[in-house]
Design a binder for this molecule. Structure first.
Ligand code: ATP
Ligand code: MN
Length: 464
């Protein structure tokens, strides 16, 4: 009878005694002429399974010496109780097949303890490290939990387009999409590029947000969410910005700003709780190796009520704080991460939701307050991150929305369809965007956003 391969995560939970087959990559191999120990990892868990090669009853073949850190092997043997491996069980090897070697002179992950910067230069191999294995498993768990959260609550997953004809989504600089020959594009009589000859017969970009299309979905299905990649060509080389990142954007009909805040708070707490309930092995590893306060911080967020206050109140606190900021604060400024983190970390010691921002620093579609100065935006601010969610109640009045659009001299030619939501069956509605990688920064304790996505895209960097 041929043995069925089991993942290491399963094997570590098995009762000892039976024949097993494991396949994976060697993390370490050590020993002497009587016995060798191999730590095997197959990506299913942060934990390795120990393979014991006792040469009194295991005869290695000539390939055994080529089994080194990084090589791929298949091991058949008996699962036995373990005393020294740190796990309950280990495998007493009977047969080992070597699939692929990893030349110790050349394999970049031969040694442990590489810097995050170095690992970014070998982004094609870094998933094989403990840290990135943990991060990527948590990333998966969070993506799954996001779909579960919304599915369980009657939200529909709406696939909004990645290529868009609008260039006024109001959320940042855009990447252009074209099949024209950029060395010699066709030109109109006025000298401008003739995009009517382009693939789509018009000028197109990569989306910066699925929100505007999400609103169309909400005005038909009630509650929707998007979860897809978004692209921003802003040259912000910070530990919190990527040029390509994933965003989750729920949009809800008949929901106003207070309920929008309730959903945002409940959603993010659900995700953190899900990580605590389902990713503990990886969190313990990250807590030990990356950020000693991680698990405590996660627990504190799920068990605390977020502070809710207006932008104006927050400015008051910041001004009165006497704290030294790189960017000075006064009413009307766009809050910087340093200000957001001061409120969250120094002043309140917990997450904060700010509302009612000055209209001049927020997007055109936010619902205007009666004071004529502020809009019903809301940002959720988190420890170590600053803004993790940005959202708002949307302006549902066609006239008010048009007045704002005209005030901003926006060209709405390509957004005529968006305005139709306000012409036909308009209703109060709200939504927000959660940056998936910012969530992962929080949940994993990693400090650079380049290290919570498998293949980061940032200015001057898109190699892998
Ligand atoms: P910031 O002020 O931090 O640049 P923003 O206000 O431009 O963010 P929004 O347009 O409100 O961002 O986007 C919603 C969410 O998407 C943000 O709250 C954040 O979590 C995330 N986000 C925005 N820009 C980026 C980026 N360049 N890389 C990763 N996540 C981002
Ligand atoms: Mn924002």
């Amino acid at each position: 009878m041929t043995l069925k391969r089991q993942r290491v995560s399963e094997l570590l939970k098995e009762t000892p005694g039976k024949e097993v087959l494991a396949k994976g990559w060697v993390r370490t191999k050590r020993g002497n002429k009587n016995i060798a120990f191999i730590a095997l990892n197959d990506g299913s868990t942060i934990n390795n399974i120990q393979i014991v090669c006792d040469f009194s009853n295991f005869t290695p073949d000539e390939t055994f010496k080529d089994i080194t850190t990084g090589s791929a092997i298949a091991v058949t043997g008996k699962l036995v109780e373990s005393v020294g491996s740190g796990q309950k069980v280990e495998i007493q090897a009977e047969k080992i097949e070597l699939y692929g070697t990893a030349d110790p002179e050349k394999y970049p992950l031969q040694k442990k303890g590489h810097s995050m910067e170095f690992l970014r230069e070998i982004a094609h191999l870094r998933p094989r490290t403990n840290t990135f294995g943990a991060v990527l498993r948590i990333r998966h768990a969070m993506a799954f939990a996001i779909h579960k959260y919304f599915n369980d609550r009657g939200f529909y997953y709406l696939h909004t387009p990645i290529i868009t004809a609008s260039d006024a989504e109001g959320a940042g600089a855009m990447f252009q999409v074209t099949t024209l020959n950029i060395d010699n594009p066709p030109r109109r009589e006025d000298g401008k590029v003739d995009f009517s000859q382009d693939f789509f017969g018009r000028h197109t970009n990569l989306t910066v947000s699925g929100q505007l299309e999400g609103e169309l979905g909400a005005m038909a299905l009630g509650n929707i969410y998007t979860f897809g990649p978004t692209f921003r060509a802003e040259n912000s080389n910070t530990p919190r910005h990527l040029a390509e990142f994933w965003m989750i954007e729920p949009e809800m009909a008949f929901v106003e700003i207070d309920e929008n805040m309730d959903v945002a708070e409940d959603f993010i707490k659900y995700l953190v709780r899900y990580a605590l309930d389902n990713c503990m092995d990886d969190l313990i590893f990250l807590n030990n190796m990356i950020d000693k306060g991680l698990i405590e911080r996660l627990k504190s967020v799920v068990s605390t009520d977020f502070v809710r206050m207006t932008y104006t109140e927050a400015i008051d606190i910041l001004v009165k704080s006497g704290a030294k900021f790189e960017y000075p604060v006064s009413w009307g400024v766009d809050l910087q991460s340093e200000h957001e983190r001061y409120l969250v970390e120094q002043h309140f010691g917990k997450p904060v939701i700010l509302t009612d921002y000055p209209k001049d620093i927020k997007a055109f579609y936010m619902k205007q307050n009666d004071d004529g100065k502020t809009v019903r935006g809301m940002d959720v601010l988190f420890p170590k991150i600053g803004e993790i969610i940005g959202g708002s109640q949307r302006e549902e009045s066609y006239d008010k929305l048009m007045a704002r659009i005209n005030e901003l001299h926006m060209d709405m030619t390509n957004l005529w369809w968006y305005l139709d939501t306000r012409r036909f069956g308009s209703a109060p509605h709200s939504g927000f965007g959660l940056g998936f990688e910012r969530l992962l920064l929080f949940v994993t304790g990693m400090s650079n956003i380049r290290d919570v996505i498998p293949f980061p895209r940032t200015p001057k960097s898109a190699e892998f």
